[in-house]
Design a protein. Structure first.
Lengths: 114, 114
């Protein structure tokens, strides 16, 4: 297991289209997080899972956003009816429950909405 | 989560020691101090974490005074490859039930030159 894997690395989509990103965490990590990062800013928390349960969602996660983690393994983040303001880097991270902030991040998916 | 304040940018030269200070006046008793490093187009990478006094690993040292209202990340003998954004984060990792998310500021952009 080489770390947190995110696919695709880049996605260009037209406004109004739906997009889905995938994150494969480190296999033994039971916590999985999604963040969004825009240029010049630090990552912003979107949501996190412990196993398959989604335990917290940010107010940033509008109704157009949905995240799932079936069976507590990989996770998907879907954005419906994309808007130009959704253009950002979407980062996934995973950790063990017992590790305080020792998260491992993936390289992210860069979304560009045109 | 306690708010952190750190310089927006710092410049240094190869071979020098770099110290980045972070202020966190409202740090809580259960909070840890964690630093992450982020290169362009990559996710943040955990560098070091501490609670009090001094912590050292193969990458950096973290100095925390007794009042814990600030902390200093020390990078010995930096090289060009240390050019990155460095984030200081404070929180308890959800250990006291207050959620388990990282809150990033805008970080410190470190630029290392020859």
């Amino acid at each position: 297991d080489t770390g947190v894997s995110q696919n695709p690395r880049h996605k260009i989509t037209k406004r109004g289209q739906n997009v889905t990103f995938r994150c494969d965490p480190i296999s033994e990590h039971n916590r999985l997080y999604w963040y969004r990062q825009t240029l010049g800013q630090g990552p912003e928390f979107l949501t996190y899972f412990q196993n398959e349960a989604q335990l917290e969602k940010s107010r940033l996660l509008s109704d157009r956003f949905s995240a799932e983690r079936p069976k507590g393994s990989f996770s998907t983040l879907e954005i419906q009816r994309t808007e130009q303001g959704d253009s950002a880097m979407y980062l996934c991270a995973s950790s063990l429950e017992t590790v305080n902030y020792g998260y491992t991040f993936g390289s992210g998916t860069r979304l560009t909405v045109v | 989560l306690a708010k952190t304040t750190q310089p927006i940018s710092m410049d240094s030269y190869e071979g020098q020691e770099v110290n980045i200070t972070c202020s966190h006046n409202n740090i809580a008793t259960n909070d840890y101090i964690t630093w992450y490093q982020q290169f362009p187009s990559q996710g943040p990478r955990f560098i070091i974490q501490g609670y009090k006094t001094k912590v050292t690993n193969e990458v950096a040292s973290l100095f925390i005074p007794a009042d814990r209202k600030s902390s200093t990340l020390s990078l010995p003998r930096v090289s060009l490859s240390d050019t990155a954004v460095y984030y200081c984060l404070v929180g308890d990792g959800g250990l006291t039930g207050g959620g388990n998310k990282l809150t990033f500021g805008t970080g410190t952009q470190l630029k290392v030159e020859l």
